[in-house]
Write a protein that binds this ligand. Structure first.
Ligand code: GRF
Length: 203
């Protein structure tokens, strides 16, 4: 399986996926990083891992569809079979979402459908929920709304800081995401209409 990772920022999930691939534990290879910010730390991580990066400046394009068309052509040229969103901060259009329906996954730092959007960790803390976590889901064009593949719950400690919760969430994400990619690569995770199918052997 050829995988492309889309990321805009730190890239701790990109790193976890690249490390798993290097250890032969991803069930596939990372062909490409797609990034919308040249200065993002994830770009340097790709360089160090020897993974090609397709870095673009959205302001150089007339529309989202225009740059997504170029990205799609690059993915197809490389035979990418799975798109993994890992902190990609742009809304996707049907150009990519439809082309990769059932073959595009995202990770989100809450127990969806609670707290979609950009500030999930802070919102969970401010709301006062006692349990939050991590969700991996297929991408369907809505905001953090597609069929759920896997979730891990974390209890929020008394007086826990946002930094401490964020660190525990990222650790959970970094452990869970390579597992999901491998499950997909081995055919144990798939999309069936509106449901994600995850076979018992997954993992
Ligand atoms: C993660 O918390 C992920 O859930 C969210 O964006 C963050 C990316 O972190 N979608 P990193 O760049 O992988 O470190």
């Amino acid at each position: 399986l050829r995988v492309a990772v889309f990321a805009s920022g730190q890239g701790s999930n990109f790193q976890a996926l690249a490390d798993a691939a290097a250890d032969g534990k991803l069930g596939g290879s990372i062909e490409l990083l797609v990034c919308d910010r040249a200065s993002a730390p994830v770009v340097e991580r790709a360089r160090r891992a020897g993974i090609d990066a397709w870095v673009f400046d959205s302001s150089a394009y007339a529309s989202r569809e225009a740059y997504e068309g170029e990205i799609l052509a690059e993915l197809q040229r490389r035979g990418v079979g799975l798109v993994v969103l890992a902190g990609y901060m742009r809304i996707l259009t049907p150009v990519l979402v439809d082309a990769y329906a059932g073959r595009m996954i995202n990770i989100h730092p809450s127990l969806l459908p609670a707290f979609p959007g950009m500030h999930a960790i802070r919102q969970a803390l401010n709301y006062g929920v006692k349990v939050t976590g991590v969700t991996i889901h297929f991408v369907d064009g809505g905001l953090d709304s597609g069929p759920i593949i896997a979730q891990r719950a974390l209890e929020i400690g008394e007086g826990e800081s946002e930094a401490s919760l964020a660190e525990r969430i990222h650790a959970a994400e970094n452990a869970l995401y390579p597992w999901a990619v491998r499950g997909f690569a081995e055919g144990r995770i798939s999309l069936d209409g509106r449901r994600a199918l995850v076979s018992a052997g997954a993992g």
